[in-house]
Design a protein around this ligand. Sequence first.
Ligand code: DQA
Length: 146
Amino acid sequence: MPHTLLVLNGPNLNLLGAREPATYGHETLDDIAAICERTGAEHGLEIDFRQTNHEGQLIDWIHQARGRCAGILINPAAWTHTSVAIRDALAAVELPVIEVHLSNVHAREEFRRHSFVSGIAVGVIAGLGSDGYRAGIRHFSKLLKG
Ligand code: DQA
C-alpha cells in the first residue's frame, strides 16, 4: 500500500493565478495540485490534495488523517498567523507536518512573521513558490523510507 500524503491548502488559495500575482505567481491551485501529484508519483506516494475557505472543514480533514495518512503538507495561508485551533488539531493527530508558503512570509508584513503552526512542524518552507510543495513532498518520501 503506498503512503498517502495529505496536502492541505487554506483560505483564498483557490484564487491563485488571479490573486496578487506579483506575490503568489501565475500558477493556479490546479497547476500546483498537478505538480504535487506528479512529484508524489515519482516517489511512490499517493497525494490527497485539498483546499478550503472554512476553518472547521480544515480541522475535520486533519482529524480524519489520523490512521489514514502518513503526513501532512500544509499551506495554512492566513490561518498560519491566527489559528491556535489548527495548530492544536495538527498536534493532536501526531503525524509529521511540513508547513509551506508560496511567498517569503518573512520578507512581508510584520504580522506574517509569526506562525502558530511552525512550532509543531518538522520543517517550514517559504518563498519558493510551487517548488516548496515539491521540496516538501520529496522530504516526506525520505522521512517515510526511514
Ligand atoms: C501564504 C502566506 C500567508 O501570509 C497568506 O495569508 C496566504 C498565503 C503563502 O503561501 O505565501 O494566504 O500562506
